[in-house]
Design a protein around this ligand. Structure first.
Ligand code: NDP
Length: 252
């Protein structure tokens, strides 16, 4: 189905687990060389080995998108191993709900730094690769993994939702900048997806409430989102799926 992806070179952030891991596996299975970025080096090494064993090509690139020097070092590693990239999936993210009233400045900062500034750092790092690929007449894609939380109001998820609303806005604005130069920008907004994301919630009550909701309405699998990323990036070059919202059928 995604034959046109073969031969491309991708960077996937947040590839250590969940959606990023599933995207990396699916792209690699389609013949895409994939640079795996996240902080947990061991997880990335394991994944790179699995992809290699399945006949794909992947490179583990331990990196923290909240640190400029780390992102710059990642670019060097990726270019050294694979050359320039033509597909960037900005997927690294954290979700740390709490009432604003709890005053968790540490959590606000982590979410803003990772979900918004981190994504921007990665765009800055690979923008020239994407623009050059497009100028050479090849497909070039930036995919941002935002969330349906950019639109829906979830009490206690104020700052998370705000970071995702910011990312969704950035996707549209970046389309304005890069679209006229033939770089596609796709904003993906998943609903409940079964990953490690909710395991980092530092509030037992909110954690239980979310588990309850997942139990009630069910969830997407990370592979469902990977499928949409592969679909969007394998369309003919003049077709840009600008916004993809995917919810479990039972999620209101
Ligand atoms: P996971 O927690 O499984 O994945 C998040 C990934 O981001 C991990 O690989 C993590 O690896 C990486 N990461 C976190 N912080 C950093 C950092 N500072 N630098 C580099 N990598 C980082 O959750 P998901 O797969 O669910 O999350 C992926 C994206 O999907 C997120 O942006 C999330 O907001 C979004 N999303 C998820 C939904 C869901 O229901 N699961 C719904 C809507 C959107 P490591 O810790 O090793 O760095």
């Amino acid at each position: 189905t995604y034959d046109s992806l073969a031969g491309r070179t991708a960077v996937v952030t947040g590839a250590a687990s969940g959606i990023g891991e599933a995207v990396a596996r699916l792209l690699a299975a389609q013949g895409v060389r994939v640079a795996l970025l996240a902080r947990r080096a061991e997880r990335l090494e394991e994944l790179a080995q699995k992809i290699g064993a399945d006949g794909g090509s992947a490179l583990a690139v331990p990196a923290d998108v909240t640190a400029e020097a780390s992102v710059e070092a990642a670019v060097e590693l990726v270019h050294g191993a694979f050359g320039r990239v033509d597909l960037v999936v900005n997927n690294a993210g954290v979700m740390l709900p709490n009432p604003v009233d709890a005053g968790r400045v540490d959590e606000w900062q982590r979410m803003i730094d990772t979900n918004v500034t981190g994504a921007l750092r990665v765009v800055r790092a690979f923008r020239a690769d994407l623009l050059d690929a497009a100028a050479a007449g090849r497909p070039a894609d930036l995919v941002n993994v935002s969330s349906v939380a950019a639109h829906l109001m979830f009490p206690t998820y104020a700052v998370y939702g705000a970071t995702k609303a910011a990312l969704t806005y950035l996707s549209q604005a970046l389309r304005g900048e890069f679209g006229p130069r033939d770089v596609r920008v796709t904003n993906v907004e998943p609903g409940f997806t079964d990953t490690e994301l909710r395991g980092h919630i530092d509030n037992a009550e909110l954690s239980e409430a979310l588990e309850g909701l997942f139990g009630e309405v069910g969830s997407l699998a990370a592979e469902d989102i990977a499928d949409l990323v592969a679909y969007a990036t394998s369309r003919p070059r003049h077709v840009n799926l600008r916004q993809v919202v995917a919810l479990p059928t039972r999620q209101a």
